[in-house]
Design a protein around this ligand. Structure first.
Ligand SMILES: *Cc1c(COP(=O)(O)O)cnc(C)c1O
Length: 372
């Protein structure tokens, strides 16, 4: 048997007919950049996130970037985030001309450690970008409290956490702005590139609407220098269809994770993902921690199990950021988990047989000294 890491074909197969109809409608409408198909999706996605407004964009990276710009982040500012994330979180900070300032993550939930915030606060600190890694939110209450105390804005990177919850609040709805990616592999993925922000602040939503459309307040009247970050109408139309299946998909991911957890808790060498007491984890990624990760992964791949590593190099040690001057050892948790993380197949359409095969193969590979 072979189990792919991700099977988008299986994910999309039952929806093909709906996609064809929706795409044909966009073609007939003649409106391809923004327009009613995007507005429809925005309304539905805002409701899903329990927020007042959503603004559709071209990618999740643009979402974080424009969110920070709308909050007034600019050159000379510092923005606190974590090194244990996808590069885009830090890139978006850099695009604003601001400096990414890292704090380590908590070893249990792999998200921003609120206790570390006080160590890096300066007079230039403007914002905090917690990352809801793998589908579980950061511990938001202490982060929000710290931000209020020090006059900072909170922009949530919820690119991996569509539908995740923190104490019954939806990911993306707690800070000033929440940022989402609809990259195809995300829990809610487009048939191409797309992203969005959600917010309860009309002024911020309007600023981002202007920034995404060349700074236009009215056609050919440009209040500021903006960019082209509009969402494709075809993506909006297809995302509206896929959104209807998101809750079911997240439930299936949770069921699969529970099955993995109950099997792997018998294997001493595996550190399981932990669902915090405050969280509803939506398992964008099911990552365990193992020693000799690269060798385990080689063996699993050879036996037909698709694996991933999210992420092998923490952002502060990326070559692109050598100018920040971080040495190995400064963020020990992020560095350790980067060496140990192993992502196993996780998508709603995983079959029982596939899950059992993954469990059997991983258990046999890791226990009984299969790894020297
Ligand atoms: C995917 C992702 C992004 C970027 O989204 P794109 O749509 O690929 O630009 C940002 N942050 C995190 C944590 C992500 O996983």
């Amino acid at each position: 048997m072979k189990v792919p890491f991700l099977d988008l074909k299986a994910h999309h197969a039952p929806l093909r007919g709906h996609f064809k109809t929706a795409i044909a409608e966009v073609i007939d409408s003649g409106i391809f950049a923004g327009g009613p198909a995007v507005a429809n999706f925005e309304e539905a996605f805002a409701a899903f996130c329990k927020c007042d407004y959503a603004v559709g964009l071209g990618s999740g990276t643009e979402a974080v970037w424009l969110a920070l710009l709308a909050c007034g982040v600019g050159p000379g500012d510092e923005v606190i985030t974590v090194p244990s994330t996808f590069m885009a979180t830090a890139e978006a900070i850099t695009y604003c001309g601001a400096k990414p300032v890292f704090v380590d993550v908590d070893e249990r939930n792999y998200t921003l450690d609120p206790a570390a915030l006080a160590n890096v606060l300066t007079s230039r600190t403007k914002a905090i970008v917690p990352v809801h890694l793998f589908g579980q939110t950061a511990d938001m209450d202490p982060i929000l409290k710290f931000a209020r105390q020090h006059g900072l804005v909170v922009v949530e990177d919820a690119a991996q956490a569509h539908g995740a919850e923190y104490k019954n609040r939806r990911a993306g709805s707690m800070g000033e702005i929440g940022c989402f990616s609809f990259y195809p592999g995300k829990n809610l993925g487009a048939l191409g590139e797309a992203g969005a922000i959600v917010t309860n602040d009309l002024e911020l939503a309007d600023k981002i609407r202007v920034l995404r459309d060349h700074g236009q307040t009215r056609k050919y009247h440009h209040a500021v220098v903006g960019w082209n970050c509009r969402m494709d109408a075809i993506q909006g139309a297809c995302l509206a269809i896929k959104l209807r299946y998101l809750d079911r998909g997240n439930e299936l991911r949770r069921t699969h994770a529970a099955r993995y957890n109950s099997a792997f808790k018998e294997v001493e060498e595996i550190i399981l993902p932990l669902e915090a007491e405050y969280a509803r984890h939506v398992y964008h990624v099911y990552a365990v921690r193992v020693r000799d990760r690269d060798e385990v992964m080689r063996q699993l791949e050879r036996k037909g199990i698709g694996c991933g590593v999210h992420y092998p190099v923490p952002v502060h040690l990326q070559q692109a950021y050598v100018s920040l001057g971080h040495q190995r050892g400064v963020f020990p948790v992020s560095e350790q988990i980067a060496n140990e993380f192993l992502s196993l197949p996780m998508f709603p359409e995983l079959s029982e047989a596939q899950i059992e095969f993954v469990i059997e193969t991983v258990t046999e590979t890791i226990s009984a000294g299969a790894i020297a």
